[in-house]
Design a protein around this ligand. Structure first.
Ligand code: TYD
Length: 227
C-alpha cells in the first residue's frame, strides 16, 4: 500500500535527523521506502534549491520565491513521489506544501487561498497521509541551528580533508537569515494549519532526546500504516 509522510517544523527542529532515522527503521523492517527533501530531490529541484537558498539572492521577490518553491515541488512530485507511490511505496518528504503555507503564507504574508490554488496546480492535489510536526519555539530552533553550524565550522577547521580543503560548513541559508519575527510567524502558522486539519497532523516534542523521539515517531507511523 502506498503512504505519503511529510515532516514539518521551524528551523532547527531536527526534521532531517528524524526523517533519516524513520527511513532507517522502516527500511530495516523491510518496508519499501524512499526519503526526499524539499526544495530538492531531483536534479532540476536541486538547481532551484541553490537559487532560492543562496544568501546573495537578496533581490528575490516574494512571488518569485513562492513560484520557485512550487516549481521545485512540481518536479519532485511528478518525477519521484507519484511514481513511487504508484508502486505502493512509502515516501518520506522533509518539508512539503505546508512549508509554503507556513513560510510564504504566514511568514511573508502571501494570500493562503492563492497558495492553495498554486499548490494544487504544482502537485495535482497530492496531500500527505500523515504530517509530522516537530514542535519547537522559533527562538530555540534558530539557536540550535546556529550552534550546530558553529560546531560544524570548528570541526571542519580541526579536521581538514586529506587534500587540505575543509568540509563544507553546515548550511546557513537566505531563509535562516530572516528576522526572528518572521520565524515566529512561521511557528504560529504551523499551529493554525494543525487546527485546520488536525486529523492529518501528529505533533511531537522536539526537545526530547533523539532516540526517544525517533521511537515515538516510529510507533505512531507503524500504527498509521497498519490502518
Ligand atoms: P533547509 O536548509 O533544507 O532547512 P531545513 O532543514 O529547515 O528544512 O532549507 C529549506 C528552507 O526553505 C527552510 O528555511 C524552509 C524554506 N522553505 C520555504 O520557505 N518554503 C517552502 O515551500 C519550502 C519547501 C521550504
Amino acid at each position: 500500500m502506498s503512504f505519503f509522510i511529510t515532516f514539518e517544523g521551524p528551523e532547527g527542529c531536527g526534521k532531517s535527523t528524524q526523517s533519516r532515522l524513520l527511513y532507517e527503521r522502516l527500511s530495516e523492517r523491510g518496508y519499501p521506502v524512499i526519503m526526499v527533501r524539499e526544495p530538492g530531490g531531483t536534479r532540476i529541484s536541486d538547481m532551484i534549491r541553490r537559487i532560492v537558498l543562496d544568501l546573495h539572492n537578496t533581490e528575490i521577490q516574494p512571488m518569485t520565491e513562492t513560484l520557485l518553491f512550487s516549481a521545485a515541488r512540481a518536479q519532485l512530485v511528478n518525477e519521484v513521489i507519484r511514481p513511487y507511490l504508484d508502486h505502493n511505496g512509502i515516501v518520506l518528504c522533509d518539508r512539503y506544501a505546508d512549508s509554503t503555507y507556513a513560510y510564504q503564507g504566514f511568514g511573508l504574508g502571501r494570500d493562503l487561498d492563492e497558495l492553495r490554488t498554486l499548490t494544487k496546480m504544482a502537485t495535482g492535489g497530492l496531500t500527505p497521509d500523515v504530517t509530522i510536526l516537530l514542535d519547537i519555539s522559533a527562538e530555540a530552533g534558530l539557536e540550535r541551528k546556529f550552534i550546530a553550524r558553529e560546531r560544524a565550522r570548528q570541526n571542519a577547521r580541526q579536521s581538514p580533508l586529506p587534500d587540505g580543503r575543509t568540509a563544507a560548513p553546515m548550511e546557513w541559508n537566505r531563509l535562516d537569515a530572516r528576522e526572528l519575527a518572521f520565524h515566529q510567524r512561521v511557528e504560529q502558522g504551523y499551529r493554525q494549519l494543525i487546527a485546520e486539519s488536525p486529523d492529518r497532523w501528529r505533533v511531537f516534542d522536539a526537545y526530547l532526546p533523539i532516540e526517544e523521539l525517533s521511537e515515538q515517531i516510529f510507533d505512531v507511523v507503524e500504527h498509521s500504516l497498519g490502518k
